[in-house]
Design a protein around this ligand. Structure first.
Ligand SMILES: Cc1cc2nc3c(=O)[nH]c(=O)nc-3n(C[C@H](O)[C@H](O)[C@H](O)COP(=O)(O)O)c2cc1C
Length: 160
């Protein structure tokens, strides 16, 4: 920290196969802050789940989330993390933002992706109605091979 009072932060993430979850959990640990994992009540595993995931994401459909535990209104900063699906947000993260954006103060974004995340953060910014204070996009490969730690630490340090 640089002498300021730490912002009270909440890391909120959705993850279908664990990649974004790994980053979300490590980020919450680095920041010593609370976290919330979004659970999509629509099954997204297996080939049928995959097909529904890409279809619902591209149609910008909302889903039903399992119970939310933390109240984002109580935090100075909400850090939102999602995998990119069909070039856009996962349905779970889209649903969370649409339900809670009026309570957000500061926001930051991160994502994991296969090939790229162009435009994802612009879309998240438009949905939140707020410019993110920081963003981080990580290729899934870097997360799998453990090459992401420097980037994640640099991202975390920027919130001090
Ligand atoms: C339905 C679906 C659609 C995807 N679409 C994209 C895409 O448009 N661009 C991309 O870079 N990666 C895409 N991916 C790859 C994921 O973003 C990547 O594997 C991510 O790290 C998965 O995160 P998770 O393990 O937290 O679910 C897609 C994955 C799924 C399951």
């Amino acid at each position: 920290m640089h002498g300021g009072i730490a912002m009270k932060s909440l890391v909120v993430f959705y993850s279908r196969t664990g990649t974004t979850k790994k980053i979300g959990e490590e980020l919450a640990q680095l920041l010593a802050c609370d976290s919330e994992e979004l659970v999509d009540t629509i099954k997204r595993s297996g080939p049928v789940g995959y097909a529904s995931a890409v279809r619902d994401a591209m149609q910008k459909k909302l889903t039903t989330l399992a119970d939310i535990k933390q109240d984002p209104a109580l935090y100075d900063l909400v850090i939102l993390g999602t995998p990119i699906w069909g070039g856009t947000l996962s349905s779970a993260m889209r649903t969370y933002i649409s339900a809670n954006k009026s309570t957000f103060k500061k926001v930051a974004f991160f994502c994991t992706n296969g090939v790229g995340h162009q435009k994802l953060f612009d879309e998240m910014e438009a949905l939140c109605g707020r410019r993110p204070i920081h963003t981080l996009g990580l290729p899934e490969k870097e997360v799998k091979h453990g090459d992401y730690q420097d980037k994640l630490r640099q991202f975390a340090y920027r919130f001090d």
